[in-house]
Design a protein around this ligand. Structure first.
Ligand code: DHB
Ligand code: FE
Length: 281
């Protein structure tokens, strides 16, 4: 049977992609941010997962504002990357697993999450930068990857609670796949940031740290907040943090936190890294 072996969180800021391409990861501005992934690299090297589900939001590359699914899952065997305007060099394509995706989609829909199923899906920095910071650059990626997109861009957005429940349904979906497979879930985006308007540049360190603690030990605290409350605290793009709840919901009730790291500001964002394992593994 397929098994969820852990969950990670990571920012997906576009500038990370350029910092990697330009060889700047040990530059004084970036060093502490990139060093925050060391224990996650070690864990991934040891566990060698077969597949990663990357929960991210599309930023207008695959879904423009005229058609935005609330939740979408890639059901393809290959996902191409393109740059939607950040000057990022496209990466090698990512191998998916269409059979696994269709199983997950069917299970989620049977659990009343009416996913948009995408047999073609271009993935943007929200998906690609997490892959690059977690695995490094590759011509052939060492893990299969499935994009799961959550609308955090065009209101109305799904609630934090709904994202948490989607994660719980995802756990059921994955654990009912008959083939042996070790799966990791990545929740990307966040923490606090706002890219436009009067509050552009806000970062709320206290709130970010509270969200990190909540994701580890008390997901209900964050899941019970409204979209408006989260945006007030974390900024308009800080709402991306609800995607961490999809990852958290897919783990068990209690988790062990193997690693946590927070760095702010980086680009315009408060960035958090978490590595969680189920406590009952
Ligand atoms: C930044 C962060 C994001 O999540 C994003 O999608 C774009 C930009 C930033 O911090 O610059
Ligand atoms: Fe983003």
């Amino acid at each position: 049977m397929a098994k969820i072996i852990g969950g990670v969180t990571t920012s997906h800021i576009p500038a990370v992609g350029n910092a990697i391409s330009d060889g700047l990861t040990q530059d004084p501005y970036w060093k502490r941010f990139f060093d925050g992934y060391g224990p996650v690299h070690d864990w991934l090297a040891e566990k060698k997962p077969d597949l990663i589900i990357v929960v991210y939001n599309d930023h207008g590359l695959n879904f423009f504002l005229d058609k935005v699914p609330t939740f979408a899952i890639g059901c393809a065997d290959k996902y191409d990357n393109a740059d939607e305007g950040w000057g990022l060099k496209p990466t090698a394509p990512f191998d998916g697993d269409a059979e696994f995706s269709w199983h997950v989609a069917e299970s989620l829909i049977n659990q009343e999450f009416d996913m948009c199923t995408c047999q073609e899906m271009l993935v943007d920095h929200g998906f690609v930068n997490p892959m690059r910071v977690l695995f490094g650059d590759h011509e052939i990626w060492p893990v299969k990857a499935i994009p799961l997109a959550v609308n955090t861009v065009q209101h109305p957005l799904p609630s934090a609670q709904r994202c948490y429940k989607l994660g719980q349904a995802l756990k059921t979906a994955i654990e009912s796949y008959p083939q042996d497979m070790n799966v990791v879930i990545a929740g990307t985006g966040g923490l606090s940031h706002q890219l436009q308007g009067e509050r552009a540049g806000i970062i709320n360190v206290d709130y970010d740290l509270a969200c990190i603690e909540s994701i580890i030990n008390d997901p209900d605290w964050f899941a019970n907040q409204s979209t408006q409350e989260i945006i007030e605290q974390a900024g308009t793009e800080g709402i991306e943090t609800i995607m961490w709840l999809v990852m958290r919901g897919a783990l068990g009730e209690k988790v062990n936190c193997l690693h946590k790291h927070y760095h702010a500001p980086i680009s315009n964002t408060g960035a958090g890294v978490l590595l969680l394992e189920n406590a009952d593994l």
